[in-house]
Design a protein around this ligand. Sequence first.
Ligand code: IDP
Ligand code: MG
Length: 167
Amino acid sequence: MLNQTLILIKPDGLKKSLTGNILTRLSETKLEIVAAKIIRVTPEMAEAHYCHLKEKTFFKELISYLTGELHQRKKVMAMVYWGEDAIQKIREIAGATNPEEASPTSIRGQFGRITTKGLYENVVHASAIESDAEREIKLWFDPDEIIFDLYPTRIVTTGGRKVRVWI
Ligand code: IDP
Ligand code: MG
């Protein structure tokens, strides 16, 4: 099944200079990159991305992780990969959430660690299921930042300019 998935290289991945290694691993899937950017993450953005984990004890630490506060590296690389079973293929190569349980040949198994405070620093985010992918892609990207329309859009006029937004 053709689908699309959001991948983030988290601030630890950027701080450890892993961008090239991670992109090389991801290219093993032969999927297509349809969007990519480096972006500064506000606390609001991080909270929206991880809204389903609000009740967790590690939530505050997790927000500080994604904004880059924790690593003094305030940016992430966001990408959308598209193709046959993209979600499943990328999750597989990313590995399990806990880097100690992740397969040693997965990205998280190779490069992740658990901090002394217990946070899983697992260098990448990858959408888990289609509804997550849709929510996350729409959160991180505007329609015009993706090379083709993955979801329906409409045109709105703001300040005399026509822009496309997600429906
Ligand atoms: P996922 O990233 O594999 O989809 P989620 O459950 O969505 O896993 O959790 C989001 C992120 O929160 C993880 O990637 C990891 O950085 C962190 N995290 C998740 N569960 C734990 C935990 O039990 N302890 C510490 N950090 C965790
Ligand atoms: Mg998740």
